[in-house]
Write a protein that binds this ligand. Structure first.
Ligand SMILES: NC(=O)c1ccc[n+]([C@@H]2O[C@H](COP(=O)([O-])OP(=O)(O)OC[C@H]3O[C@@H](n4cnc5c(N)ncnc54)[C@H](O)[C@@H]3O)[C@@H](O)[C@H]2O)c1
Length: 255
């Protein structure tokens, strides 16, 4: 289970509430060498402060919707740290007006493409760019949500993009399996983060989870981080192509 000294790239830290911040923290507590990428210069100061808190030395700006940014990230990491043992993809975006009302109310060709580009393709783009710079038995993990396969009010195009993301996990697992590289998704229950704040009626979702989940509670970023750690570690070396729910058993409840 030991990730001591392993190089793990963690994307998507925007605040100390980000799921990826909790993941970076668990990795650092277990002496992994964490490398961070953040979206843009607007986030730079805040993210570098958080990196400092976790004694992380290598932080790079990378917009995951831009191939040149991803190539630059790969080249910088290769030069500064060497090959990767893990990648955590924790980024998503859809235009705000697409995340309220019924799916058909606000959907547009551009909004659909943008949501899929950032929330789904960026994971494949990372796998493609880093393919030759991953160590044998490396592990790739992305974050998904139950809106991929059940209708969740207001989640709309993001659910459609998460379905695409979860399907990519299957094809990426097949593409990389011959080098024992694994690819999985964690489908997390709702957590109040910056991304979640963009979804209309999010507080109501939190209430429903507390009432309906098997373990009558909401989940925390730490709950997710521990499972991501497990998936990055060799304790999960026979698990690939899976979407694993970390949602206090919400997804198993029918009526
Ligand atoms: N919070 C929840 O309830 C919840 C539940 C299930 C899954 N998730 C997923 O977890 C992941 C992380 O979200 P979070 O809840 O921690 O929110 P967050 O707002 O802290 O993180 C989202 C991150 O995506 C990044 N991002 C957006 N566009 C980007 C781009 N073009 N390039 C690079 N980065 C970009 C943002 O900078 C931000 O750091 C997302 O994939 C989200 O869909 C969240």
């Amino acid at each position: 289970m030991n990730l001591k000294g392993k190089n793990v790239l963690v994307t998507g830290i925007a605040s100390n509430r980000s799921i990826s911040f909790a993941i970076a923290k668990v990795l650092r507590e277990n002496s992994a060498n964490v490398i961070i990428s953040y979206q843009n210069d607007r986030l730079r100061e805040r993210v570098l402060k958080l990196a400092d808190e976790l004694n992380i030395d290598n932080s790079y700006q990378c917009d995951l919707s831009i191939d040149q940014d991803i190539a630059k990230l790969r080249d910088n990491i290769k030069q500064d740290c060497g090959n990767l043992d893990g990648i955590v993809h924790s980024a998503a975006f859809a235009p705000k007006d697409h995340l309220s009302g019924k799916y058909l109310d606000n959907i547009s060709r551009d909004g659909f493409a943008l949501a899929h580009d950032i929330s789904s393709y960026s994971f494949t783009a990372l796998a493609k760019a880093f393919k030759d710079d991953l160590n044998e038995a490396a592990s790739l993990v992305t974050l998904s949500y139950i809106g991929s396969n059940k209708v969740v009010q207001n989640y709309n195009v993001m659910g459609v993009a998460k379905a695409s993301l979860e399907s990519s996990v299957l094809y990426l697992a097949d593409s990389l399996g011959d080098r024992r590289i694994r690819v999985n998704a964690v489908s997390a229950g709702p957590i109040k983060t910056l991304a979640a704040a963009g979804i209309s009626g999010f507080n109501k979702i939190l209430d429903v989870y507390q009432q309906k989940s098997a373990i009558k509670d909401n989940i925390t970023t730490d709950d997710v981080a521990k499972v991501v750690y497990f998936l990055l570690s060799d304790y999960s070396n026979a698990i690939t192509g899976q979407t694993i729910y970390v949602d206090n058993g919400f997804n198993i409840i029918g009526y």
